[in-house]
Design a protein around this ligand. Structure first.
Ligand code: IPE
Ligand code: IPE
Ligand code: MG
Length: 245
Protein backbone atom coordinates (compact mmCIF):
# COMPACT_ATOMS: atom_id res chain seq x y z
CA UNK A 1 0.00 0.00 0.00
CA UNK A 2 2.74 2.40 1.00
CA UNK A 3 4.66 1.52 -2.15
CA UNK A 4 1.54 2.19 -4.21
CA UNK A 5 1.01 5.57 -2.51
CA UNK A 6 4.61 6.58 -3.12
CA UNK A 7 4.39 5.68 -6.77
CA UNK A 8 1.17 7.63 -7.13
CA UNK A 9 2.80 10.72 -5.57
CA UNK A 10 5.77 10.29 -7.88
CA UNK A 11 3.54 9.95 -10.93
CA UNK A 12 1.51 13.03 -9.87
CA UNK A 13 4.64 15.09 -9.45
CA UNK A 14 6.04 13.86 -12.72
CA UNK A 15 2.84 14.88 -14.51
CA UNK A 16 3.03 18.43 -13.18
CA UNK A 17 6.52 19.00 -14.57
CA UNK A 18 6.94 20.61 -17.98
CA UNK A 19 9.36 18.16 -19.58
CA UNK A 20 9.32 19.71 -23.03
CA UNK A 21 10.84 23.06 -22.05
CA UNK A 22 11.92 25.00 -18.93
CA UNK A 23 13.79 22.03 -17.46
CA UNK A 24 16.89 23.14 -15.54
CA UNK A 25 19.75 22.45 -17.96
CA UNK A 26 22.34 22.31 -15.20
CA UNK A 27 21.68 21.05 -11.67
CA UNK A 28 24.32 21.37 -8.95
CA UNK A 29 24.02 19.32 -5.77
CA UNK A 30 25.65 19.70 -2.35
CA UNK A 31 25.46 16.11 -1.16
CA UNK A 32 25.36 16.87 2.58
CA UNK A 33 24.33 14.87 5.67
CA UNK A 34 26.07 11.52 5.25
CA UNK A 35 27.56 11.67 8.76
CA UNK A 36 24.26 12.54 10.49
CA UNK A 37 22.39 9.90 8.49
CA UNK A 38 24.80 7.28 9.83
CA UNK A 39 24.90 8.62 13.39
CA UNK A 40 21.09 8.48 13.68
CA UNK A 41 21.26 4.78 12.84
CA UNK A 42 24.12 4.10 15.24
CA UNK A 43 26.56 3.50 12.35
CA UNK A 44 30.03 4.99 11.87
CA UNK A 45 30.23 8.05 9.55
CA UNK A 46 31.88 5.87 6.92
CA UNK A 47 28.61 3.94 6.52
CA UNK A 48 26.94 7.25 5.67
CA UNK A 49 29.55 7.98 3.02
CA UNK A 50 29.08 4.50 1.57
CA UNK A 51 25.30 4.94 1.45
CA UNK A 52 25.78 8.43 0.00
CA UNK A 53 27.85 6.96 -2.79
CA UNK A 54 25.00 4.63 -3.79
CA UNK A 55 22.58 7.59 -3.74
CA UNK A 56 25.01 9.52 -5.92
CA UNK A 57 25.01 6.73 -8.53
CA UNK A 58 21.20 6.61 -8.53
CA UNK A 59 20.98 10.40 -8.83
CA UNK A 60 23.31 10.42 -11.85
CA UNK A 61 21.11 7.83 -13.46
CA UNK A 62 17.88 9.73 -12.58
CA UNK A 63 19.23 12.95 -14.11
CA UNK A 64 20.35 11.06 -17.19
CA UNK A 65 16.94 9.40 -17.61
CA UNK A 66 15.11 12.71 -17.20
CA UNK A 67 16.97 14.77 -19.79
CA UNK A 68 19.13 16.94 -17.55
CA UNK A 69 22.18 18.14 -19.53
CA UNK A 70 24.73 18.85 -16.77
CA UNK A 71 25.06 17.76 -13.16
CA UNK A 72 27.71 19.12 -10.77
CA UNK A 73 28.20 17.14 -7.57
CA UNK A 74 30.01 18.66 -4.58
CA UNK A 75 31.86 15.58 -3.39
CA UNK A 76 34.86 16.99 -1.50
CA UNK A 77 35.55 20.61 -0.53
CA UNK A 78 38.87 22.35 0.11
CA UNK A 79 37.75 22.48 3.78
CA UNK A 80 37.07 18.73 3.98
CA UNK A 81 40.83 18.02 4.42
CA UNK A 82 40.38 19.27 8.00
CA UNK A 83 38.37 16.15 8.86
CA UNK A 84 40.00 13.20 10.69
CA UNK A 85 42.51 11.39 8.44
CA UNK A 86 40.54 8.13 8.67
CA UNK A 87 37.44 9.80 7.26
CA UNK A 88 39.36 11.54 4.46
CA UNK A 89 41.09 8.26 3.56
CA UNK A 90 37.75 6.45 3.46
CA UNK A 91 36.21 9.07 1.16
CA UNK A 92 39.26 8.77 -1.15
CA UNK A 93 38.85 4.98 -1.15
CA UNK A 94 35.25 5.45 -2.32
CA UNK A 95 36.49 7.71 -5.12
CA UNK A 96 38.95 4.98 -6.12
CA UNK A 97 36.09 2.50 -6.13
CA UNK A 98 33.94 4.76 -8.29
CA UNK A 99 36.59 5.12 -11.00
CA UNK A 100 37.03 1.35 -11.42
CA UNK A 101 36.55 -0.25 -14.86
CA UNK A 102 33.17 -1.88 -14.14
CA UNK A 103 31.68 1.46 -13.23
CA UNK A 104 33.27 3.17 -16.23
CA UNK A 105 31.66 0.53 -18.47
CA UNK A 106 28.33 1.41 -16.87
CA UNK A 107 28.92 5.13 -17.49
CA UNK A 108 29.75 4.40 -21.13
CA UNK A 109 26.70 2.22 -21.51
CA UNK A 110 24.61 5.20 -20.38
CA UNK A 111 26.52 7.67 -22.58
CA UNK A 112 27.63 9.75 -19.54
CA UNK A 113 30.61 12.08 -19.82
CA UNK A 114 32.69 12.71 -16.69
CA UNK A 115 34.74 15.75 -15.63
CA UNK A 116 36.48 16.75 -12.40
CA UNK A 117 36.63 20.32 -11.18
CA UNK A 118 38.91 21.51 -8.37
CA UNK A 119 42.60 21.06 -7.62
CA UNK A 120 42.89 17.29 -7.97
CA UNK A 121 46.70 17.43 -7.64
CA UNK A 122 46.27 17.08 -3.86
CA UNK A 123 44.88 13.53 -4.17
CA UNK A 124 47.14 10.44 -4.20
CA UNK A 125 48.77 9.88 -7.58
CA UNK A 126 46.87 6.64 -8.28
CA UNK A 127 43.57 8.41 -7.62
CA UNK A 128 44.51 11.27 -9.96
CA UNK A 129 45.52 8.79 -12.66
CA UNK A 130 42.25 6.91 -12.31
CA UNK A 131 40.31 10.20 -12.47
CA UNK A 132 42.12 11.21 -15.69
CA UNK A 133 41.45 7.75 -17.11
CA UNK A 134 37.69 8.05 -16.54
CA UNK A 135 37.67 11.49 -18.17
CA UNK A 136 39.51 10.06 -21.20
CA UNK A 137 37.38 6.92 -21.39
CA UNK A 138 34.09 8.85 -21.32
CA UNK A 139 35.27 11.70 -23.54
CA UNK A 140 33.30 10.63 -26.60
CA UNK A 141 29.99 10.31 -24.74
CA UNK A 142 27.26 12.77 -25.68
CA UNK A 143 24.67 12.32 -22.89
CA UNK A 144 24.60 13.77 -19.39
CA UNK A 145 27.76 15.64 -18.37
CA UNK A 146 28.71 14.94 -14.75
CA UNK A 147 31.16 17.28 -13.03
CA UNK A 148 32.61 15.98 -9.77
CA UNK A 149 33.80 18.82 -7.56
CA UNK A 150 36.81 17.31 -5.79
CA UNK A 151 39.04 19.43 -3.57
CA UNK A 152 36.87 22.23 -4.91
CA UNK A 153 36.41 25.61 -3.26
CA UNK A 154 34.66 28.62 -4.78
CA UNK A 155 37.32 30.93 -3.34
CA UNK A 156 40.23 28.90 -4.68
CA UNK A 157 38.43 28.68 -8.05
CA UNK A 158 38.37 32.49 -8.22
CA UNK A 159 42.02 32.76 -7.11
CA UNK A 160 43.27 30.24 -9.67
CA UNK A 161 41.33 32.13 -12.31
CA UNK A 162 42.97 35.44 -11.29
CA UNK A 163 46.43 33.79 -11.36
CA UNK A 164 45.83 32.49 -14.91
CA UNK A 165 44.53 35.89 -16.03
CA UNK A 166 47.62 37.65 -14.63
CA UNK A 167 49.77 35.31 -16.73
CA UNK A 168 47.95 35.98 -19.99
CA UNK A 169 46.13 39.29 -19.75
CA UNK A 170 48.14 41.36 -17.27
CA UNK A 171 47.22 45.04 -17.42
CA UNK A 172 44.31 44.41 -19.81
CA UNK A 173 40.69 45.17 -19.02
CA UNK A 174 38.60 42.07 -18.41
CA UNK A 175 34.86 41.49 -18.64
CA UNK A 176 32.79 39.13 -16.50
CA UNK A 177 32.36 36.84 -19.52
CA UNK A 178 36.13 36.70 -20.05
CA UNK A 179 36.76 36.07 -16.35
CA UNK A 180 34.42 33.06 -16.44
CA UNK A 181 36.55 31.48 -19.13
CA UNK A 182 39.29 30.90 -16.53
CA UNK A 183 37.13 29.25 -13.87
CA UNK A 184 37.26 25.46 -13.33
CA UNK A 185 33.71 25.29 -14.71
CA UNK A 186 34.66 26.75 -18.10
CA UNK A 187 33.12 23.81 -20.02
CA UNK A 188 29.64 24.02 -18.48
CA UNK A 189 26.95 26.67 -18.19
CA UNK A 190 26.29 28.14 -14.73
CA UNK A 191 23.80 26.07 -12.70
CA UNK A 192 20.09 26.88 -13.02
CA UNK A 193 19.19 24.97 -9.86
CA UNK A 194 21.32 24.23 -6.77
CA UNK A 195 20.11 21.59 -4.33
CA UNK A 196 21.46 21.14 -0.79
CA UNK A 197 20.34 18.27 1.38
CA UNK A 198 20.56 17.93 5.21
CA UNK A 199 18.72 21.11 6.21
CA UNK A 200 21.80 23.35 6.16
CA UNK A 201 21.22 26.51 4.16
CA UNK A 202 24.63 27.83 3.19
CA UNK A 203 26.90 27.62 0.17
CA UNK A 204 29.93 26.23 2.07
CA UNK A 205 32.30 27.60 -0.59
CA UNK A 206 30.56 25.90 -3.54
CA UNK A 207 30.35 27.64 -6.97
CA UNK A 208 30.45 31.16 -5.43
CA UNK A 209 30.78 33.02 -8.73
CA UNK A 210 28.71 30.57 -10.77
CA UNK A 211 25.66 30.62 -8.46
CA UNK A 212 25.08 34.38 -8.78
CA UNK A 213 21.70 33.82 -10.49
CA UNK A 214 20.99 30.22 -9.47
CA UNK A 215 17.72 29.11 -7.82
CA UNK A 216 18.54 27.54 -4.44
CA UNK A 217 16.53 24.56 -3.18
CA UNK A 218 16.89 22.98 0.26
CA UNK A 219 15.56 19.80 1.83
CA UNK A 220 15.89 18.50 5.41
CA UNK A 221 16.48 14.97 4.10
CA UNK A 222 20.03 13.67 4.51
CA UNK A 223 21.90 12.90 1.30
CA UNK A 224 21.60 9.07 1.51
CA UNK A 225 17.79 9.55 1.59
CA UNK A 226 17.68 11.74 -1.51
CA UNK A 227 15.41 10.16 -4.12
CA UNK A 228 13.40 10.62 -7.30
CA UNK A 229 10.53 12.26 -5.44
CA UNK A 230 12.80 14.99 -4.09
CA UNK A 231 14.43 15.51 -7.48
CA UNK A 232 11.01 15.96 -9.10
CA UNK A 233 9.89 18.29 -6.30
CA UNK A 234 12.98 20.46 -6.78
CA UNK A 235 12.42 20.63 -10.56
CA UNK A 236 8.74 21.48 -10.10
CA UNK A 237 9.54 24.24 -7.57
CA UNK A 238 12.17 25.55 -9.98
CA UNK A 239 9.60 25.78 -12.77
CA UNK A 240 6.99 27.44 -10.52
CA UNK A 241 9.52 30.06 -9.43
CA UNK A 242 10.61 30.72 -13.03
CA UNK A 243 6.97 31.19 -14.08
CA UNK A 244 6.54 33.83 -11.37
CA UNK A 245 9.73 35.67 -12.30
C1 IPE B 1 28.64 15.22 3.09
O1 IPE B 1 28.19 14.67 4.30
C2 IPE B 1 29.77 14.44 2.48
C3 IPE B 1 31.05 15.15 2.45
C4 IPE B 1 31.29 16.34 2.89
C5 IPE B 1 32.17 14.41 1.86
P1 IPE B 1 28.88 15.07 5.66
O2 IPE B 1 30.06 14.18 5.87
O3 IPE B 1 29.19 16.54 5.69
O4 IPE B 1 27.76 14.72 6.71
P2 IPE B 1 27.28 15.64 7.92
O5 IPE B 1 26.96 16.99 7.36
O6 IPE B 1 28.41 15.69 8.90
O7 IPE B 1 26.09 14.94 8.46
C1 IPE C 1 29.73 20.75 1.95
O1 IPE C 1 29.39 20.04 3.07
C2 IPE C 1 30.73 19.96 1.15
C3 IPE C 1 30.21 18.77 0.48
C4 IPE C 1 28.97 18.42 0.44
C5 IPE C 1 31.20 17.99 -0.18
P1 IPE C 1 30.16 20.22 4.46
O2 IPE C 1 29.46 19.40 5.44
O3 IPE C 1 31.61 19.95 4.25
O4 IPE C 1 30.01 21.78 4.75
P2 IPE C 1 29.79 22.54 6.14
O5 IPE C 1 30.90 22.10 7.04
O6 IPE C 1 28.45 22.12 6.64
O7 IPE C 1 29.82 23.99 5.81
MG1 MG D 1 28.16 18.20 6.24
Amino acid sequence: MEWFGLNRTKANLKRKIDWSSRLPKHIAIMMDGNGRWAKRRGFPRSAGHYAGMQTMRQTISMCNDNGIESLTLYAFSTENWKRPKDEVDYIISLVNEFVQDTNVRELNKNNIKVFFIGDISKFPEETQEAMCKVVDQTEENTGLKVYFAMNYGGKSDIIQSVISILKTKKGEEITEEEFEQFLYTVQNPNPDLLIRTSGEKRLSNFLLWQSAHTELWFTDEMWPDFNELLLYQSILDFQIRKKRA
